[in-house]
Design a protein around this ligand. Sequence first.
Ligand code: IDP
Ligand code: MG
Length: 138
Amino acid sequence: MEETFFILKPDAVERGLVGEILQRAERRGFTISRLEVRKADRAILAAHYEDLADKPFFDGLADFMMSRPLVIGTFSGNDVIKSWRQMLGATNPADSAPGTIRGDFAMAPSGTVMPNIAHGSDSPESAQREIALWFGQA
Ligand code: IDP
Ligand code: MG
């Protein structure tokens, strides 16, 4: 059994897509093992996106992620880290296949910020690090 960390980003929350996205995960067979509404600050986002902190788009990304409360949580299930990434689709919604969450709910970005609905850990190491960061204990 594996655990992954997810964020439903401000665009998902603002557009009322939280229930629909969680429903997709449940239908896939994932168990929602943690779930919380949380306002992020710049410090936690800098830690969460540590590999992106020196990118030119980081400030815009952080402002977007702080623009309203997020829905954060974990899914448990067999091979759930890879499965959730597959359900999300490509990072840039311009490239996300129809049928994926980003491909069904997000448009190609029109500016420097890239709203793309949801986050998922990209490896077991990231999942453990992100769960510890946001929830205190993996
Ligand atoms: P991921 O979310 O698919 O794992 P990452 O490369 O880890 O993609 O990037 C994290 C987030 O940063 C993306 O989901 C997206 O919101 C934002 N982002 C990534 N690349 C760009 C970019 O080139 N311009 C603006 N925002 C970006
Ligand atoms: Mg990533």
